[in-house]
Write a protein that binds this ligand. Structure first.
Ligand SMILES: [Zn+2]
Length: 233
């Protein structure tokens, strides 16, 4: 990618979550997007890459994206960014939480600038983090898929508009880094996704909603928790 910037994905947990590191080569500082499942492994990965964690970024409030925020704060006393609409929707709270607004800029060193984009649909305050040439998009867009819209706060009509605005508003060579490793490759570009992702091929919102919901009723349940006990300390 561009000078100074690098993006690294760490797959963790039973649901193939990606924890994404956005880093600045010069200063060795990084932001960790969606720390979940195992804070010690995330911390070790930062050490292996010779990175100092400077910020925690949340794409949304589902526990498989935020359940290690507090644990990681024990290793790194850094700000935690989440969009205000997601905080309002979920009641998410933690130390160092910075309620943020769409368009807010975060900087790593001199070379890396990260922009918070509001990309609702999976949840009301879902966020994508735009960096030069890349988009860390959480559960908004997957390789050949998109986030479910039948959990509490999901809205398939809104998701249709969000996906449209991403593919129409960003350059086609933008590389997307999703929140789960659900595709045949860990990342893709928006141009590739326009060719292969069935959720980007619908011409009308009605067609998209029918496909995405597939008979499901919206706003009924939170995602089920797996059989899993949180680490201590
Ligand atoms: Zn989610």
């Amino acid at each position: 990618m561009s000078e100074g910037l690098f993006v690294h994905q760490l797959a963790l947990g039973p649901w193939d979550n990606f924890i994404t590191f956005i880093g600045d080569r010069a200063s060795r500082s990084c932001a960790v997007v969606d720390p979940a499942w195992d804070a010690a492994t995330i911390q070790r990965e930062a050490e292996r890459l010779d990175l100092r964690i400077a910020a925690i970024l949340c794409t949304h409030s589902h526990f498989d994206h935020v359940d290690q925020v507090e644990a990681l704060l024990h290793h790194a006393d850094v700000p935690v960014h989440m969009l205000r609409p997601e905080i309002d929707f979920s009641g998410f709270a933690c130390e160092n939480l910075v309620p943020s607004s769409p368009g807010d800029l975060l900087r790593l060193g001199e070379h890396v600038e990260i922009t918070m984009m509001h990309t609702p649909g999976h949840t009301p305050g879902s966020t994508s983090y735009r960096v030069r040439g890349g988009l860390v998009c959480g559960d908004t867009l997957f390789v050949d898929g998109c986030g479910r819209c039948d959990f509490v706060g999901g809205n398939p009509q809104v998701m249709f508009g969000t996906l449209r605005s991403l593919v129409e508003g960003l350059p086609g060579d933008t590389r997307m880094y999703p929140g789960h490793d659900y595709g045949s490759t860990p990342t893709s570009t928006l141009d590739e996704q326009l060719r292969t992702n069935p959720y980007l091929r619908h011409g009308t919102v009605a067609d998209f909603v029918a496909h995405r919901m597939d008979g499901k009723t919206p706003d009924t349940a939170l995602p089920p928790r797996p059989q899993w006990s949180p680490p201590k300390g």
